[in-house]
Design a protein around this ligand. Structure first.
Ligand code: NDP
Length: 330
């Protein structure tokens, strides 16, 4: 049986690569070697995000020289372990590039009113240029009500209705970080979506809808023909097979298989799913919504998980925060 090593196939029982003593047969070996080959270029979100953060670091030094230190308030309500990791990463990145980070960790029983009071206080604080309330909030709090309470000028996550409306209108605005990260990856790797058929699987308010709105704009870096699919889409494969660019934001591990895409597709995998893996100390590992091993043999380019869209989301959050700070100084 072939074994998987870092997402690629390694032929088992291979005794001599250059020789003729193949097992089980030359034909089978040929097949295995074919299977081993990943033709897709890797779209390296970690590398791109590092480049963006280093650009931002320089920009922040310039802002500090003008007396402006970009400030981001990160509000966490409750002790959800996943959220704690996200928040820790965001705060660490702030420290790395010189953004002042204001931490508000509230107990899970915090009343909605108290959270809204905090938002009002942060809205009025001139040192705070961006406010992020980590999702999800506990069930007794109306998340949309909290988002609506943000000053849209500080909505660095791009979830306020004003930001969403402006995005649809094609006005300058805070674009939600994950969709902005998807677009940035495409552009930095030279895959301009203009005129391309972009198929998005997923229609959530935080990924599917905003990335569709972003890429369909009559604007540089967009101008795509966009199709959005979801769980009620009939004959999904027939649609995904027509994609020049496929964006998967489904939340189901390895959902997009090789047979669902056409050769030469560019794939952006937003999915972040934890699946059991006995070989890991933790007993699990992260994987995307795309069957990387299969799809990467047909695609022109593909993002890995982890190391694709994930790091870009934080980089775009920092970009939005710096933008908010610059705008506040005007
Ligand atoms: P949601 O659960 O909010 O949305 C999932 C979407 O996928 C829905 O529109 C749903 O359709 C659709 N869907 C589910 N099952 C199917 C199916 N069988 N066929 C077709 N469509 C289907 O997820 P999110 O958008 O919040 O997140 C999606 C993934 O992206 C998750 O893995 C999440 O962890 C990850 N993520 C990663 C981020 C990053 O920074 N890398 C940031 C945000 C999310 P319907 O609307 O009909 O229910």
């Amino acid at each position: 049986m072939p074994e998987y090593i870092s997402g690629e196939l390694k032929p088992a029982g291979l005794r001599c690569l250059a020789g003729i003593h193949y097992h089980p047969s030359i034909q089978a070996m040929k097949g295995l070697l074919m299977m081993k080959k990943r033709t897709a270029k890797l779209i390296d979100g970690k590398k791109v995000s590092e480049a963006i953060l280093s650009e931002l670091k320089q920009e922040i030094e310039g802002l500090k020289a003008q007396g402006i230190t970009p400030g981001l308030a990160v509000v966490l309500v409750g002790e959800d372990p996943g959220s704690q990791i996200y928040v820790r990463n965001k705060r660490r990145t702030c420290a790395e590039i010189g953004v002042a980070s204001f931490a508000y960790d509230l107990p899970k029983e915090t009343p909605e009113k108290k959270l809204l009071d905090l938002i009002a206080k942060l809205n009025a604080d001139p040192k705070v240029h961006g406010i992020l309330v980590q999702s999800p909030v506990p069930k007794h709090i109306d998340e949309q009500k909290v988002l609506n309470a943000l000053d849209p000028r500080k909505d660095v996550d791009g979830f306020h209705p004003v930001s969403k409306g402006k995005l649809l209108n094609g006005e300058e605005c805070f674009v939600a970080c994950t969709p902005a990260g998807c677009q940035e990856l495409l552009l930095r790797y030279g895959y301009d979506p203009a005129g391309k058929h972009v198929v998005i699987v997923g229609r959530s308010n935080i990924v599917g809808k905003p990335v569709a709105a972003l890429l369909m704009q009559k604007a540089k870096g967009a101008n795509a023909t966009v199709t959005v699919c979801h769980s009620r889409t009939k004959n999904l494969s027939a649609v995904t097979q027509t994609a020049d660019i496929l964006i998967a934001a489904i939340g189901v591990a390895n959902f997009i298989k090789a047979r669902m895409v056409k050769k030469g597709v560019v794939v952006i995998d937003v999915g972040m799913n934890r699946i059991p893996d006995a070989t890991k100390k933790s007993g699990s590992r992260l994987c995307g919504d795309v069957d990387f091993a299969g799809v990467s043999k047909k695609a022109k380019a593909i993002t890995p998980v982890p190391g694709g869209v994930g790091p870009m989301t934080i980089a775009m959050l920092m970009k939005n925060t710096v933008f908010a700070a610059k705008r506040s100084g005007k």
